[in-house]
Design a protein around this ligand. Structure first.
Ligand SMILES: [Zn+2]
Ligand SMILES: [Zn+2]
Length: 445
């Protein structure tokens, strides 16, 4: 169903009830049935069992069932229940299911965001098992790349704002790490979906400090707003990685994991924004799929990862790498490897022999964190005598996310996305874990 949004036509699911937000954000939603009995299957296969205990700690002044809140709320009709993908009990295996859960009223300082799009990130799989320290043990809602509009708040001026919800929600801004530009190490940080329920739901109730205001231009109808979800985690991480690599126009950049969510955006920004040349590497199956798509947007060369890191397999791979570098630079009289390598792969084999990917003075940026206690082995002699630079990058900040939104809105990059429905999340999550996904999966809610 198409609805008007700032004069533009935006596809949203067909629903019944209109939420009283400003006209430009008017959406229709289905009022969920309030179930008082035990679980049963609907015709859609949706289990309508729910638990009033959200699994998350209640903020001060807020009861877990959302009934008693302090302060006067803006009078907006929200449904009592909503559809969400949750992990009922955190364990060692992924266990995501579609359920109906309560829409929690906002406490003072919080807002309710109607989520329209959310990306699915590989990290969501990590967030949904365990539980890790600080995560709820049950009824966990994952997702950390949401785009939506504020539909309920104690502060009426926030109603209708287009916002994004990212993993790094808020930080103290005054500790030594915040002051050194390392907000991801702030001991007071709030994260979605750790202390705050994530974006795999229709309505996310979050601290107002944990949303980032997005430009209203994402609804201008010129681009698919779903594309902007890719900027919030993958895109901002890609941009931060390229900045850590100090990529300059004309440099050759190797992106290991080019077929993935972060990798393909790293390649696209390097090529289209920073005017670098890109060699993309990934497992053979992904490279073959990538070649069927418009891979030229992300990479000048696409190479299959080496089958081994010694012997002929390695020599053949490394020879192809050097030839690609030479061809991209033109004849400059000195055959040398790339200026930078950015590794966003989920396979640890992509992190082997990284010193051989770069020329002297080269920069190695590690982004992905494969499972297990992996130890990076780079010869000390190589690092010192060849002046190599090694760094890690966990994610980008709000600023980088907004910069990538601008690249998307201006048409400089067009992320490769697959649109899915909320109920598809468990299967899509498994495909990402199984390394079968190309680009980014974005859920339309
Ligand atoms: Zn992420
Ligand atoms: Zn801090």
């Amino acid at each position: 169903m198409a609805v008007s949004c700032n004069g533009a036509s935006v596809e949203v699911p067909a629903h019944d009830e209109v939420i009283s937000t400003p006209d430009q954000y008017r959406r229709t939603i289905t009022p969920p049935k309030i179930m008082s009995s035990t679980a049963h299957e609907t015709t859609s296969g949706l289990t309508e069992e729910f638990d009033r205990d959200s699994g998350y700690e209640s903020p001060p002044g807020q009861e877990k069932n959302g009934s008693n809140i302090a302060g006067k709320l803006q009078q907006i009709t929200l449904p009592f229940m909503q559809r969400a993908v949750i992990t009922p009990e955190m364990g060692e295996e992924l266990n995501m299911v579609l359920r109906k859960i309560i829409v929690r009223d906002p406490a003072p300082g919080e807002v309710v965001v109607r989520i329209y799009y959310t990306g699915i990130c590989r990290s969501d799989a990590c967030f949904s098992v365990g539980p890790g320290p600080g995560y709820p043990k049950h009824n966990h809602v994952s997702g950390h790349e949401g785009i939506g509009a504020v539909v309920k708040s104690h502060d009426p001026s926030l109603i209708g704002h287009t916002v994004g919800i990212r993993y790094l929600g808020s930080t103290c801004g005054s500790c030594t790490y915040c002051l050194r530009g390392l907000p991801t190490s702030c001991p007071s940080q709030l994260n979605t979906p750790k202390q705050i329920a994530g974006t795999f739901q229709e309505y996310a109730t979050v601290p107002a400090s944990c949303v980032v205001r997005l430009p209203e231009a994402i609804w201008n109808g010129k681009i698919d707003p779903a594309l902007c979800a890719t900027a919030l985690c993958s895109g901002s991480t890609a941009l931060t990685s390229l900045r850590a690599a100090k990529v300059r126009p004309g440099d050759v950049v190797i992106v290991a994991g080019i077929g993935g969510a972060i990798g393909h955006m790293t390649g696209a920004i390097a090529k289209q924004v920073l005017r670098a040349r890109v060699i993309g590497i990934d497992i053979k199956a992904k490279i073959n799929k990538l070649l069927l798509k418009d891979h030229a947007q992300y990479s000048d060369f696409a190479l299959s990862a080496p089958e081994a890191h010694d012997g002929d397999a390695w020599l053949n791979f490394h020879g192809a790498l050097l030839r690609a570098c030479e061809e991209l630079r033109g004849s400059c009289g000195l055959t040398r490897a790339a200026e930078a390598v950015i590794v966003s792969s989920s396979s640890f084999s992509a992190f082997w022999r990284l010193d051989d990917y770069v020329c002297d003075g080269g920069r190695i940026v590690c982004v992905g964190v494969p499972e297990g206690e992996n130890v990076l082995a780079i010869p000390l002699r190589s690092v010192v005598e060849r002046n190599l630079h090694l760094s890690g990058n966990l994610m980008g900040g709000h600023r980088e996310a907004l910069e990538v939104v601008e690249y998307i809105l201006s048409g400089q990059i067009k992320p490769q996305i697959t649109i899915a429905a909320l109920e598809d999340i468990p299967a899509q999550m498994q495909s990402i874990v199984d390394c079968e996904t190309i680009g980014k999966v974005v859920v339309s809610i």
